[in-house]
Structure formats: structure tokens, C-alpha cells
Write a protein that binds this ligand. Sequence first.
Ligand code: ADP
Length: 259
Amino acid sequence: RHVAPNIRILLTSERVSQAVIAVASGKGGVGKSTVAANLAIALAALGRRVGLVDADIYGPSQPRLMGVEGTKPNAHEKQLLPVPTPYGVPLLSMGQLVPPDQAIAWRGPMAAGALTQLVEGDWRLQDTLVLDLPPGTGDVQLTMVQKHRPAGAVIVSTPQDLALIDARRAIDLFRKANVPIVGLIENMAGYHCPHCGEWSDPFGNGGAEAAARELDIPFLGRVPLDIAIRTASDAGRPPAAGNGAAGGAFHAIAAEVAR
Ligand code: ADP
């Protein structure tokens, strides 16, 4: 294992002393936000004091996923106070700073400034921050790796070739910045039909695991394509917080990340 994500890193800003785990993907729609929310909850179930930072400026979905849509953080001496969620993981999100009906068309420097506000919120009570990055390799990602120095990065991809090619770019960004890659998660891996009982592979099979081997990074596990994950997420009830089968994959992955 290349990294112990629980190492405490002291950053230039003394307030930020947590292990920051950045969750990244090469392209959108692969389930990065879903994984970030459930990974945060599953790490908390392992005894960590976890906070969630939603830096996905193009589609901040954590307020909805975490069941706190429409809430706003208070501030104390210009520092944002994380909003409590029903799942024991407080949240700061781009979606709380920008009204949902406003198109988020910020320029790079504004987005990077907002990211800094979120990361430098009052996280004194947390030892681990899970950070949901926007997809791709733009300004927010660069600010993140250069200024906020995450302890490690988790990459989410579907088994599909296109998603994997983009994931490689994301991996390259972290490697060039000397941010350790905690590993690769394969999402939407296999579909179990509730009607006929058969398994199928809408986005292919095993692609991410093979790519992880080839790129010499740990493979952290796979999450199946599961209607229960989609419906629970839409309802603001992350599956990792319940005791249904859908949450199991996230707990297994959190155990790998914490190892
Ligand atoms: P991203 O953050 O990569 O853009 P999201 O986490 O927003 O992706 O997921 C995109 C959509 O796919 C959401 O509707 C989400 O509920 C759904 N989804 C994500 N992962 C799964 C899964 N394993 N099974 C079923 N639906 C999923």
C-alpha cells in the first residue's frame, strides 16, 4: 500500500490538519458523488470522524444525497461551519454557496476560491475529509492538489473504456503532483436483474481492475449497478447508512481505503 490515508498532514494553513481524501473521476456520471457520500459514511462507521466537502462545482449533488437539500452553512469569523447531516458526516458544498437554479458558470479563479472556503471551513472536529472533486482535470483539481495537498486520491470509473481513458488522465494529474493514489473503484460493475435473476454487464466487465493492475495502483473493489442505490440516493438516504445489501460494497471499499 502506497499511503496510509490516516496520516495527519499539516498544511500551510494550520486549521487544516485532517487527512484529505480526494474522490476524483475522469468524466462525469460515473458515480463519483455517490461513491464519495457512501465512502464518507462507511469510513465514519469504522470510527473515523469524517467530514464531506462537495467541490463538484458543475453539479454539487451532496446536499441532496446526504438528505440536507436547501440548508445553508452559518459562518463564524468568515469561516464556514459545516452543516450536520442525519448520517453523522457534516457537509460543506458548492451547492450551499450557489443557489441551485443559478447556472454555475464561474471562472476558474472564483471556483478555486470557493474550494478554499469549503476546505478551510471549521473542520476541527473531523480527522478525515472526503472531498468530492468535479470530474476532469481543470482549475479546481489543480488548486486542490497544489494548495490543499490531499493525503490521497481515490479514482472512480465505470468498467467502460471511455471512462477508463479519462480516469487515466485524472491519475496522471495526481501522480505529477505527487499525491498518492489510494486506488481505483469500479462503479456500475455488473447488473443483477431483479426480474430474471441474471447478471449482465452493461458497461463491460473487469476493465477497471485490469487498468489498476496495469497502472500499478491498488484496486479497491467494485460497486454493482443497482436500482436500490439510485433510488436511495435520490431520496437522500445513502445506502451505506442503511442495512440493505446495496450498502455492503461501500463498507468493503471503506475497509480497503482505511487499511
Ligand atoms: P458523478 O458524480 O460521477 O457525476 P453521480 O454519483 O451523480 O455521478 O451518479 C450519476 C447517477 O448514477 C445518479 O443518478 C446516481 O444515483 C446513479 N448511480 C451512481 N452509481 C450507481 C450504482 N452503482 N447503481 C445505480 N445507480 C448509480
